[in-house]
Every structure is written in C-alpha cells, then in structure tokens.
Design a protein around this ligand. Structure first.
Ligand SMILES: Nc1ncnc2c1ncn2[C@@H]1O[C@H](COP(=O)(O)OP(=O)(O)O)[C@@H](O)[C@H]1O
Ligand SMILES: [Mg+2]
Length: 406
C-alpha cells in the first residue's frame, strides 16, 4: 500500500466493535470477579442501557473474558419471535447442543478430574428429575431445558472448563405474560438456571438489553433480585475521559488529527453516546479525505453537520418508527411536544383527542416494541438517547425524513 490514510478507523454500527473500546474497564473487571465467585455465588449478570450505548460490544468483550477464564460460552441475540416458552426453549436447547458439540470436538475429556470434581460436590447423584423437581409447574419444555443445560454444564466441567455461560443479547424481547395461563418464557429460563445453580453447578446467565429488561425480570415469578448482579451501561465521560478517548484514539497513527476546538464541540454534541462518537468520527474522516485535510476542524464539521444528522436519523432512529402502526406513530409524535424527561402519559392526554384508555394501550405497545420503557406508573423514557430531539427534527421536516432506503 502507498502512504496516506487507510481505512476509516471509526465503526458506527450495531454491535460493531470499535477500534478503541473506551471506559468499560470497571465492568470488565467486575465480570471477571463474578465468574470467580461461582458456583458458590450465582454468576448471573443483567446488563442494561439505552440503544447505541455499547452493550453489545461490551457483551462480546465479556465473552472473551469468560473464554480466557476457561468457561465455555455461547452468545446469541434474541429476536421477538423467541418470546414464547416453546421458541425460547428450542433456541436455548439448540445453543446448548451446539456448545456441547463444540466441546466434544475440541476438548479431550478429562473425565477423571471431572468425576472427582462432581463427586466432591455431591453432584453425581443429581438426576435431571431432581433438577426439574424444583421448577414450579414444570412442563415438557421446562424439563427439557433444564436437562440440556445440565448436560452442557456437566460436559463443560468434564472437559476441563470452569463452567458454562449463556449470554443473551436483546433480552428485553423476552417477557412473561401477566395472565397466569399465558406464556412465561422468562420465568422458565430463570427457573432452569436457578435450579442448576441451587445444586451448585457452575452455570452463568448474562442477559443484556434495554432498560425494560430490568422490569421484565422483576415481574418474572421465578426471579429474585439477588440472583443477578446488575450493571447499567451509560454514556462515556467527558473531556478528558473515556468519551475523548473513544473519539481521539482511533486517529492515532492514521496521519489525521483533530484540533482541540473540534474535539470539544463534538464531545459537547454527542453527550458521551458511543454510537454518535463513531458516527461523527466516521463522517469527519470521509470529509477530511475528500477535501484533502489532515486535521478535523470546526469548519469541516460546519460543512457536514447536516449530513451527519440525516445519516443519524436514517440509520439510528428511523427504523424504530417505521415499524410502528399509524396510531403508535401519532402518539410518539405528540410526545415530541411534551416536557422531557420523563415523558408523562398525562401530558400526552392533554395533547391528544384519543381516549385515555386508548393512549394507555398505545403507550404499552410502544413499550413492548422497545421504543419506550416505563419508569413508573404514567412515566416513561425513550430507549434511544436524544430521541426527543430526533422527533422534533422529524416533526419540523415536511416529508418523513425516514422514508428513503430500507
Ligand atoms: N466503549 C466504547 N468506546 C467506543 N465506542 C463504542 C463503545 N461502546 C460502543 N461503541 C460503539 O458504539 C456503537 C454502538 O454499540 P453497540 O454495542 O451496538 O450498542 P448497543 O448494543 O448498546 O445498542 C458501535 O458503533 C460501537 O462501535
Ligand atoms: Mg445491542
């Protein structure tokens, strides 16, 4: 290759690892400790935060940590269709089986060691039935789930691992029905993990998702607060700080720099949100190359700021809205006009011709779709940072900004 700047060093994109992962050392250190405390203390972690804050890339780092610590790991991003006992059960079963196959292929079974290990914990006599026994209202799916998880942990230990970690991203899509006769996939999963942990097996569950996940877990009948360590993933800190590192460090060694005034302005604008940092960086990089500049400057930013916002609106926000029904969109657009934070149902009622009941239903649906999360009765927040400002931009623009593209 000839001299000159190479690839864009910024990585705006869902679950796309940044060149420099800034400011997550404390979370990573804590996760290592959580694993070290197992199985005596259940090694479960709940990671929550707004969209674009860096949960998925952190989860991938935690996966690497678990591997280094000799745990066998499987990580999966959940989808809305997994929100039934049947679907979640078969997904987790398939994941556990794939993990088992991987272990059988790559690990020489250290059976002797493992037998001693299991015996020392008095586990050899534990049968699947004993495990499923503690599952309230155990169904076929539930017992199969406990059984396959049990086998996976057993194989993990036999093959010389410290245990088995199941990592689920976008876990807010899994939630129990209020109705007793409804679907309770979250309770089912938590119960199976809990049953294994209660008999001292080294299995760990990491659930990662929007802030809604926390409330979903609290409502699950088989959940107890002490089962999970909670970790809230927030925006990165200031200048100097992790936000500055996230923006400035990818430029190191590229031959392109950024002047101080520009850095300050970008950090002011992005408010520490990692996706925004990557997007601003990526756009400034392209613009610098196009104009032949070796430094990001405020003049350069002035020239492209509008373009940055239209890319932001399209890539980060618009998709959320387009999948909503027209009445859901109506309520959301009305919310742009309300004081924030928090978003109060009462303020929407004041601005809408819809009935109170109807508005409640729509707020519930926006929560289910992951656009809002509920803080307390009648109070909500947006799951995406700076969403209120986006809605205001959208309201101002004549046609839907979002209409183009996919
Ligand atoms: N700690 C960080 N430092 C720098 N960039 C980050 C950091 N965390 C995330 N990013 C970037 O932010 C964007 C969103 O990350 P992602 O993990 O997908 O967020 P989430 O899962 O919370 O929606 C990606 O472009 C990623 O490269
Ligand atoms: Mg994510």
């Amino acid at each position: 290759m000839t001299a000159g700047p190479g690839k864009n060093p910024y990585r705006p994109g869902a679950a796309t690892a940044p060149l420099h992962l800034a400011g997550r050392e404390p979370q990573m250190a804590r996760f290592k400790k959580i694993l070290a405390g197992a199985p005596e203390i259940p090694a479960n972690l709940r990671l929550t935060g707004l969209r674009g804050v860096g949960k998925s890339v952190l989860l991938k780092e935690l996966e690497e940590i678990a591997k280094v610590e000799d745990w066998t790991v499987v990580r999966k991003q959940l989808e809305p269709r997994h929100n039934t006992e049947e679907e979640l059960g078969s997904l987790v079963t398939a994941l556990a089986q794939a993990t088992q196959r991987r272990m059988s292929r790559t690990q020489a079974l250290k059976a002797k060691v493992a037998d001693a290990w299991l015996a020392s914990r008095g586990l050899v006599n534990i049968t699947v039935d004993d495990v499923t026994f503690s599952l309230a209202g155990s169904t076929k799916v539930e017992s199969e789930l406990a059984e396959v998880l049990f086998e996976t942990v057993e194989l993990a230990v036999k093959s010389g691992h410290n245990g088995f970690v199941l990592m689920l991203d976008e876990a807010q899509v899994i939630r129990d029905d209020k109705d007793r006769d409804g679907e309770h996939p979250l309770s089912m999963l938590v119960a199976a993990i809990n049953a294994l942990q209660e008999v001292g097996l080294p299995v760990a569950l990491v659930m990662c998702g929007l802030p809604t996940l926390r409330a979903n877990l609290q409502k699950a009948r088989t959940y107890s607060e002490r089962m999970f360590k909670g970790e809230h993933i927030g925006e990165l800190e200031g200048n100097p700080g992790a936000a500055r590192d996230a923006f400035a460090k990818p430029l190191a060694g590229t031959g392109i720099g950024a002047d101080e005034a520009l850095i300050t302005r970008v950090l002011d604008e992005v408010e520490g949100y990692p996706f925004f940092i990557q997007l601003w960086g990526a756009e400034l990089w392209e613009a610098a190359l196009e104009t032949g500049l070796a430094t990001f400057t405020t003049t350069l930013l002035d020239a492209i700021e509008e373009q940055i916002y239209s890319r932001l609106d399209e890539e980060f926000y618009a998709g959320r809205i387009e999948t909503l029904t027209p009445s859901e969109q109506d309520v959301l657009m009305l919310s742009a006009d309300c004081p924030y934070p928090p978003l109060k149902t009462a303020d929407i009622r004041d601005r809408s011709a819809k009935s109170d009941g109807n508005i409640n239903v729509l707020m519930g649906r926006l929560t289910d779709q992951g656009v809002l999360y509920r803080i307390q009765k009648g109070q909500y927040a947006y799951t995406a940072p700076k969403f209120a400002e986006y809605l205001q931009r959208r309201a101002r623009s004549s046609g839907p900004v979002a209409g183009r593209g996919s």
